[in-house]
Design a protein around this ligand. Structure first.
Ligand code: SF4
Length: 394
């Protein structure tokens, strides 16, 4: 069990869009961001629906122009998930988004030069009880002279760290921003401090978690394509979450944001920080003993399970008898291949032996039937299976 660091809690959303709590004892939430233009209303609504269906707890939209904040008035009544407005440079966009009924603001105070304007946004959020994510990104922090002494002080603290200067700068900026919010007696804050370097992400969030009790939004900025961004994101986020640090996450890819949601949730399931809602798929990597076209089968099974199975049923797809029977024992529904055939088990009991071309259909039928039995109370998930005997191919 991961012991999570205790943070303050903020509340995002309303009854029409769902309420998400971040921090305190709330489960770690998964965020993502739309990839299209917010002012293209129909496309934006469709993308938000898709991301919510994938499991996003919060969806962020960029509002660089007035036409984007105006679009929010039409978007918000059509969606069922809390929406965060991402504001850079123009404080008016934040005020317009708040007026439109958005549920949270993401602000980088470093991108708004006039402090009075930031205070105006804080007061508008305070009146409507909206939280603000205060974020610093490695790419957007600029040193300010008046904080030089504090910066030098922190640079000395982190002088042994290869990235000490950057960490010191990020913390200095955060302290400066948070001071502004505290002066306004505003505490519905979520903090982020993202870097492109996974090690900096680990180090900076560890330091922030020692200094503030506000909930933390974890992420690696500009993590790149999914193919490499997965590892780049999961290494630091997994490390921090295992240490109990982090209250909400966003994995960011140069790809369809649905993948960000799917991978973020899978990481939280693996860490036991969220309860799985759909099927868990186990599959072997294949080797020279392979007996069927397993890669295709696994992808077909994965897609079908995502659409049809809504309980955390454990499904195993294995390429031969070497590890197949072992996995069959541990899975609710399983298939292992032998001699271009598939032997299918349900909770350790052999139910079918079918030719390769019938494996997919039969496996899914067994998954659906098992799900129905669980719903009717006739079977239990994860029930200890009966020992599978070898050899079993008949
Ligand atoms: S289950 Fe069989 S095919 Fe798959 S990796 Fe193991 S030995 Fe190879």
């Amino acid at each position: 069990m991961i012991q999570r660091r205790k943070t303050r809690q903020v509340t995002v959303g309303d009854t029409a869009h769902g309420i998400v709590r971040i921090g305190g004892d709330a489960p770690v939430s998964v965020q993502t961001m739309t990839s299209g233009y917010t002012h293209e209303i129909d496309k934006c609504v469709a993308e938000i629906h898709k991301l919510a269906a994938a499991g996003a707890d919060l969806v962020r939209v960029a509002v660089p122009e007035k036409k984007d904040t105006q679009a929010l008035k039409e978007i918000l009544p059509q969606v069922k998930v809390p929406i965060v407005a991402d504001v850079h440079f123009h404080f008016q966009r934040a005020l317009e988004a708040i007026e439109a009924g958005v549920h949270k603001i993401r602000l980088n105070p470093g991108n708004i030069n006039d402090r009075a304007q930031v205070r105006e946004v804080i007061q508008a959020c305070k009146q409507r009880k909206l939280p603000i994510r205060v974020g610093v990104n490695e790419g957007s922090i600029v040193e300010r002279r008046d904080k030089q002494r504090r910066l030098q002080e922190l640079e000395r603290v982190f002088s042994d760290n290869k990235h000490g200067a950057l960490i010191a700068l990020m913390i200095t900026k955060l302290e400066e921003y948070i001071e502004l919010f505290q002066e306004e007696d505003f505490h519905d804050i979520v903090i982020s401090a993202k870097s492109i370097d996974p090690i900096v992400v680990i180090d900076v969030y560890r330091e922030i978690s020692k200094r503030f009790d506000y909930p933390l939004h974890l992420g690696v900025t500009h993590a790149g394509p999914k193919e490499t961004g997965t590892i780049r994101s999961v290494v630091p986020l997994g490390h921090l979450l295992c240490s109990g640090i982090g209250d909400t996450i966003r994995i960011s890819y140069a790809n369809d944001p649905v993948y960000e949601v799917q991978d973020g949730l899978e990481m939280l399931y693996c860490l036991g920080l969220r309860t799985r809602t759909g099927a868990e798929l186990i599959a072997c990597p294949t080797c020279g003993r392979i007996q069927v076209d397993l890669f295709k089968l696994v992808q077909d099974v994965r897609k079908a399970l995502a659409e049809e199975i809504h309980l955390p049923i454990k499904v195993a797809v294995m390429g031969c008898v070497v590890n197949g029977p072992g996995e069959c024992e541990g899975a609710d529904v399983a298939i292992f291949a032998g001699d271009r055939r598939g032997i299918i088990y349900v909770q350790g009991e052999k139910v079918a032996n079918v030719p390769e071309e019938e494996i997919l259909e039969r496996l899914l039928a067994e998954c659906r039937a098992f799900q129905d039995r669980v719903i009717r109370g006739e079977a239990k998930l994860g029930q200890k299976a009966v020992k599978v005997l070898l050899p079993v191919i008949q």
